[in-house]
Design a protein around this ligand. Structure first.
Ligand SMILES: Cc1ncc(COP(=O)(O)O)c(C=O)c1O
Length: 462
């Protein structure tokens, strides 16, 4: 029996799974350490060899940046202002911290950058704390246009005591309906309006939202957890120059950096509040290794950002058009599906977004569900999100899109047994197991391109 108590509030099958996994710790320590090593290798197989990663919420890092995470920085406490740290011996670490913040300010055209943030979710909480008080009303995008839970009752907005009103939806543009937003803002008098979500297909009308916010004395927060790569690469307009008071983001999605969060702003008063929220508020010491890795990531953006961002968009557009051509229900196909690095498929016909993602996984594709402004799918999400940040870094180009789309279609609509039969593999792949490298080799050009690139160590910066 696990030391971890069985949690009554967690769904039964999930908790049973957790209890089974916990048993792996019930062995002599060297065996447990070996098991962890084996799991790390297994993870690498899944992500580096067996699957195409179509999930835009993840990426591969520049190996140089990734290596910096294991260079002995992370366990060194670093608390307080550079030049006035509490602990001694931090002159090298504080220089890294300042370089990372300076690069963030440069890349995002900001006068202030807060890099000590642990995640995109915490970046939003910092933003809420800087701009609102518990009890205030805010307006945020609903899940139907990719709005994230952190802006809503179950997320940090609700936990902090904010009341969230869902912004009216403009289904056509996968964004907010400006006229209805204006009316809602006058009615609920929010202290903050947020825009930006987990799927962003077309630029959001940021200056128009800012005008609405100004009309009711509200701040505007742009959540660029996903869009930060498009912004850093200059493909989407910078929300700060369009009027957002601050921009929050994750650093490991389209940005391709270490796991973490970041906030940029051009408003000194807001920056002062964020600074106090970061320290002594919510972070005392923080991970200096992450700062180093982030700095190197941002150097990649400085030198290659426009090309990388453009390649992500080109591939997303090529792949979405191929899927349209194959008769798959790409959302907003009549508008070109996307101007971003992400697009979505309408998932009702496939049992829902998560169901479709599980089918795709058996065929060697990683993706997940998303909300679309379409009728609900009971017990599931109604969309499937696809993104290109990792494909591009692995060397996939628009020229590979037809083969990739054909694989994707086969993987999506055929049960795994059928895919396996088509491939001439004798033993069916058991549920939950992904295809082996040998299977992949037999399966198609796109996968071979993918493997060749991966094997050539083609994980250079951008
Ligand atoms: C729009 C949006 N905001 C915030 C977050 C939270 O970011 P993180 O996972 O880095 O905490 C996410 C995704 O996870 C997101 O999609």
């Amino acid at each position: 029996m696990a030391h971890l108590a069985r949690r009554t509030w967690v769904p039964g099958p999930v908790e049973a799974h957790v209890q089974r996994l916990a048993e792996a710790a019930h062995h002599p320590s060297d065996q447990v350490a070996d098991r962890i090593e084996a799991l790390i290798l297994r993870n690498a197989e899944i992500h580096d060899r067996e699957c195409f990663n179509l999930n835009p919420a993840t990426n591969v890092m520049n190996p140089k940046a990734e290596a910096m995470l294991a260079r002995g920085l992370g366990s060194r406490p670093s608390l307080g202002y550079p030049g006035d740290k509490y602990e001694m011996g931090l002159e090298a670490i504080e220089a890294i911290e300042v370089i990372a913040a300076e690069l963030a300010a440069e890349i995002f055209g900001a006068s202030h950058a807060e890099i000590r943030v642990g995640s995109g979710a915490l970046a939003n909480l910092y933003g809420f704390m800087a701009l609102t008080k518990p009890g205030d009303a805010i307006i945020a995008p609903s899940a139907a246009i990719g709005g994230h839970v952190t802006h809503h009752a179950d997320g940090c907005a609700g936990l902090y005591g904010l009341t969230t009103h869902a912004a009216p939806v403009n289904a056509d543009g996968y964004t907010v309906d400006l006229a209805a937003l204006h009316a809602l803002a006058r009615q609920v008098r929010p202290k903050l309006i947020t825009i930006g979500g987990s799927l962003n297909l077309f630029p959001h009308p940021v200056s128009e939202i800012r005008a609405i916010a100004d009309g009711v004395g509200a701040y505007l927060l742009f959540d660029a957890a996903h869009q930060c790569g498009m912004i850093a690469g200059g493909i989407f307009p910078n929300p700060l120059s369009q009027g957002a008071h601050l921009v929050t983001m994750s650093t490991y999605k389209s940005l391709g950096g270490p796991a973490g969060g970041m906030i940029v702003t051009n408003d000194a008063a807001i920056a002062e509040r964020l600074d106090a929220i970061a320290f002594p508020g919510m972070t005392a010491n923080f991970d200096a290794a992450k700062s180093a890795a982030l700095a190197v990531t941002l150097l990649d953006w400085r030198d290659h950002g426009r090309a990388y961002a453009a390649a992500m968009v080109d591939l997303a557009r090529a792949l979405s058009q191929e899927l349209v051509g194959l008769g798959l229900p790409v959302f907003a196909a009549d508008k070109g599906a996307t101007r971003s690095h992400q697009f979505a498929l309408e998932a009702a016909a496939f049992g829902g977004g998560q169901t479709a993602a599980k089918t795709l996984y058996r065929a060697g594709f990683l993706a997940c569900g998303i909300g679309l402004p379409l009728p609900d799918v009971a017990g599931d999400m109604n969309g499937l999100r696809i993104g290109t940040p990792e494909l591009v870094r692995r060397g996939v180009t628009p020229a590979d899109a037809p083969a990739l789309a054909a694989l994707d279609k086969a993987g999506w609509i055929a049960p795994s047994a059928l895919i396996v039969a088509e491939m001439g593999v004798r033993d069916p792949v058991p549920e939950g197991k992904t295809l082996s490298v040998e299977d992949e080799r037999r399966y198609g050009k796109a996968r071979i391109v993918f493997l060749r690139n991966a094997q050539a160590g083609d994980r250079e910066a951008i």
